[in-house]
Design a protein around this ligand. Structure first.
Ligand code: SAM
Ligand code: SF4
Length: 337
């Protein structure tokens, strides 16, 4: 551990150990809850952090106590340097755990290389087992690619493989039981995520959301669910299915927020550090990274100070359920989920 380890503590005593890094805001799908089908406001390429710049930030983070780096996006597998980025993170000292959240579309091409590069955990998003629904939900005909991607990840030995599912009323909320059965048969760990108001199209309505309570009610008609221990800072509440060994998780970000134990920070693909998915303020690290007048020593100090500032400014919790809730300017795809 470096000299600055364990110092990312906010004013509410939360210690930050998890950094989510968005590698790009581009995506191969157009999930309706994440970005509009005709989305075109991509960040200009020159504004995206290079692999060198990203590694510089992550290195500062691990020396301040970051223990896990989750790569996300947009679709992280669209970054041609994804394998190099993972290898370079793995070689940092201290070396953090590395995980990846992907839509699975490009996974069959990359699974073996990702596993050899040092990826420890992978989450693959899949909301339906029906290819026509998949196309309607994502505006792309890539269902088979995702299924192949999941199989490739298993063959490459990535373990555990978690599946992220967002249920939407009248669209796929009748599939919760089938998805759990499918995941059990394939030895995958399914987690349902409540839909959050982060879509670029601003169509989210709380009254339409499928809540954790509703999911529990639906699943309990087919399975016996027993809570598994304490969850610490993990967002998912896990349940044993019919006594185990399989589990299912529910992430109740909206109806039962877990902000009190949040240990996460986020770096956008254009180098803005965020203390919360819902933060309306960001700390500009790219400016520090690209300031040619700074010595490398000064750059490191400024990056460390920026991490500390961001953590100090972190609010107690999000206010989705309150009347004064203000949605962040960036959609989920541009923040990094
Ligand atoms: N493209 C990758 C993927 O889909 O896995 C990584 C980025 S995506 C933004 C990360 C996760 O956020 C996915 O599991 C996705 O389902 C979830 N997500 C996106 N928009 C969401 C929303 N409005 N509410 C809840 N989860 C959302
Ligand atoms: Fe792309 Fe992931 Fe957003 Fe779907 S959830 S549009 S796959 S970034």
């Amino acid at each position: 551990m470096g000299e600055f380890s364990m110092t990312l503590i906010d004013t509410f005593g939360r210690v930050h150990r998890d950094l989510r890094v968005s590698l790009t805001d581009r995506c191969s799908l157009r999930c309706t809850y994440c970005m509009p089908s005709d989305f075109k406001s991509w960040m200009p390429t020159e504004e995206l952090l290079s692999a060198d710049e990203m590694i510089r930030v992550i290195e500062v983070g691990v020396n301040l106590g970051i223990e896990e780096v989750r790569l996300t996006g947009g679709e992280p597998l669209l970054r041609p340097d994804i394998v190099e980025i993972i290898e370079r993170i793995k070689n940092l000292n201290p070396s953090p755990e590395i995980s990846l959240t992907t839509n699975g579309v490009g996974l069959s091409k990359y699974a073996v290389a990702l596993a050899s590069a040092g990826l420890t955990r992978i989450n693959i998003s899949l909301d339906t087992l029906d290819w026509t629904r998949f196309r309607k939900l994502t505006f792309r005909d890539r269902f088979e690619d995702v299924i192949e991607g999941i199989a490739s990840a298993q063959q490459a030995g990535l373990n555990p493989i978690k599946i992220n599912t967002v249920l939407m009323r009248g669209i796929n909320d009748d599939e919760s039981v089938a998805l759990v059965e499918w995941a059990m048969n394939k030895n995958l760990q399914l987690r349902f995520i409540e839909q959050m108001p982060l879509d670029a199209g601003n169509t989210w309505q709380q009254s339409e959301m499928i809540t954790a309570d509703q999911i529990m009610k639906d699943l309990s008609q087919s399975f016996e669910l027993t809570p598994v221990g304490t969850r610490g800072s993990a967002p998912a509440e896990e349940f044993l299915i019919n006594g185990g060994p399989h589990t299912v998780g529910i992430i109740a970000s909206v109806s039962k927020p877990f902000c009190g134990s949040c240990d996460r920070l986020r770096l956008t693909s254009v180098g803005q550090l965020r203390s919360c998915l819902f933060a309306t303020e960001e700390t500009d690290l790219r400016k520090v990274l690209r300031d040619t007048k700074l010595s490398e020593l000064d750059r490191t100090s400024k990056l460390q100070a920026a991490f500390q500032d961001s953590v100090r400014g972190k609010l107690k919790g999000h206010s989705i359920n309150q009347i004064d809730f203000k949605k962040p300017d960036r959609p989920m795809s541009a923040i990094g989920g």
